[in-house]
Design a protein around this ligand. Structure first.
Ligand code: NAI
Length: 496
């Protein structure tokens, strides 16, 4: 790319310490010659946009710049507490389908941790699914006392993040990818995540794979973080494990983050706006700088990224650090830290393996085409489904046996019979234990009386069933039950 046609990248410095750390990163980028090849386009978002009454916090100008460039480099953004303002970070990832969150956790010289003291190197990646899971934020109040959050997971959504993980692993020379999940409990949602992991892994036979239940992973990470190279996780579990991993390498100030989608990639600092130190010029720019280095590699400037990475490590080795890092020497200010990094460009680290400075030093990136409409992702697998019943959730304080006695005559004449009542997922009828404490929401399962009707009835009869139950009871929720390719598409109750 000629200097006359620099690659445009949308830039949002952020709130609080955002402008201070962004200025520091730009200083290092300028010194490394990066700004000869890219130009930043301001994308207004954050506090000043919320202040105009825009509850998304993201201006139309910013959306246009992100869609046009396919790239966003951003500092931390404040989320207004109360008042309906949503997190800009979550909105951006979902709006632009940045489906994979990539974070690199690596011990850095001069950043003391329990592992650095024990001589255990930490160097692994976390790939977190970024859009689905409980982050859909689909929540309902069902009864006086019960609320619910729906956890939607899709096969195409799982495939996208797993494919990204394997392709990234291949690019980075990673030889083993681990899938973490809770499929022993959430057999359908986490079960799907694990099943699609194995499905995608089959296309990458050179990479060793394994899976680990999330609770065991947390213990393993604290005991032997060096056992992992890359871990891929569903959204909420990935969110928690990412912060745990940040703690292993010295805190959020050292954890870079990239949110990658097919059309847009967002590179951001993972810490917040640090209002307690904003305006003092003392913030640590390392997280934002490391996120910027992932961005440089993403657009083809791997050589510049390696040179800056080595200079950053050499700076830390020399004991130069900001006030948030414990060290033997007095802390420096944000811009002094940036100047120290800039002055060490070309210097190799002494105490760890340097980043290989290759030859890729030209921009190799072009933004994808803007889709004309919403893109439907499907796995295109042929499956057949058959209705076999319905779960009807009822707001009630009746004891389960009394509820069953009142429901049975209602459905006597139809094709369904009451087979199960559960409360908070535990079977309380036809059998159960009086020690099971119950709340004011019962899930009542109705299934076909005659299995021969399977495949011969449509949605009409279950809707009629719902209408009959609703005449006598307060319905809190309704879900048709289906069998998919002969397998139940619904979970069993605990104790069933
Ligand atoms: P925070 O990360 O801003 O601060 C937590 C502590 O870490 C504070 O003591 C702060 O001084 C320190 N800290 C954070 N970054 C630092 C840095 N670069 N250098 C030195 N010290 C640093 O978390 P908090 O206080 O919970 O959130 C403040 C605001 O930031 C909230 O509005 C929150 O919604 C937002 N936030 C934004 C994020 C993002 O944009 N990615 C992520 C997390 C929070």
């Amino acid at each position: 790319m000629s200097p006359a046609s620099k690659l445009p990248i949308a830039l949002a410095a952020g709130d609080g310490i955002g402008s201070e750390i962004m200025e520091a990163v730009q200083h290092v980028f300028a010194a490394a010659g990066v700004l000869d090849q890219i130009e930043f386009i301001e994308a207004p978002m954050g506090d000043r946009v919320f202040a105009t009454g825009n509850s998304s916090g993201i201006s139309d100008e910013a959306i246009e710049a992100i869609e046009r460039t396919g790239l966003l480099f951003k500092g931390p953004m404040g989320t207004p507490i109360g008042g309906g303002g949503k997190s800009i970070n979550v909105t951006l990832r979902k709006k632009f389908s940045a489906f994979a969150n990539l974070r690199h956790f690596q011990s850095l010289p001069g950043v003391e941790t329990v592992f650095s003291k024990a001589g255990v190197p930490v160097d692994f990646y976390v790939v977190r699914e970024n859009i689905e899971d409980t982050y859909g934020g689909i929540e309902h109040r069902l009864t006086n006392d019960v609320v619910e959050c729906k956890r939607l997971m899709s096969a195409p959504g799982c495939d996208q993040v797993h494919r990204f993980a394997f392709e990234t692993a291949e690019r980075l020379g990673i030889t083993k990818v681990t899938c973490s999940h809770k499929a022993n409990i959430m057999k359908m949602t986490d079960g799907l995540f694990l099943e699609r992991f194995k499905h995608v892994a089959a296309d990458h036979p050179s990479i060793e794979v394994n899976d680990v239940i999330i609770d065991a992973l947390c213990m393993n990470l604290v005991l032997r973080p060096d056992a992992y190279q890359m871990i891929v996780l569903p959204n909420l579990q990935g969110d928690i494990v990412s912060d745990l991993a940040a703690g292993l390498v010295g805190g959020l100030g050292f954890a870079p983050s990239a949110n990658i989608g097919d059309g847009v990639a967002i590179f951001e600092a993972v810490h917040g706006t640090a209002p307690d130190i904003a305006g003092k010029g003392v913030a640590n720019p390392t997280s934002l700088l490391l996120s910027g280095l992932i961005m440089l590699r993403h657009i083809g400037l791997a050589k510049q990224a390696a040179i800056i990475n080595n200079a950053l490590v050499a700076t830390l080795e020399d004991g130069i650090h900001t006030g948030d890092v414990k060290g033997a020497t007095p802390p420096v200010k944000t811009m002094e830290f940036a100047e120290a990094v800039a002055s060490r460009l070309g210097t190799m680290p002494r105490t760890c393996v340097p980043r290989v400075v290759g030859t890729d030093d030209r921009v190799r990136f072009s933004p994808g085409c803007r889709p004309n409409s919403y893109t439907l992702r499907r796995t295109f697998e042929q499956v057949s489904s058959q209705i076999c019943g319905a779960d009807i959730s009822i707001a009630t304080v009746l004891p389960p046996f009394e509820l069953a006695a009142k429901l049975q005559p209602i459905v006597e004449s139809g094709p369904f019979r009451l087979t199960l009542i559960s409360n908070r997922g535990t079977m309380v009828w036809p059998s159960g234990s009086v020690h099971t404490e119950i709340v004011d929401e019962c899930r009542c399962r109705f299934e076909l009386k005659d299995p021969a009707l399977l495949g011969r009835i449509g949605q009409g009869p279950v809707i009629q069933l719902l209408a009959k139950v609703a005449e006598k009871f307060e319905v809190a929720e309704f879900a048709p039950l289906k069998r998919w390719d002969g397998k139940d598409g619904f979970s069993k109750a605990q104790g069933q």
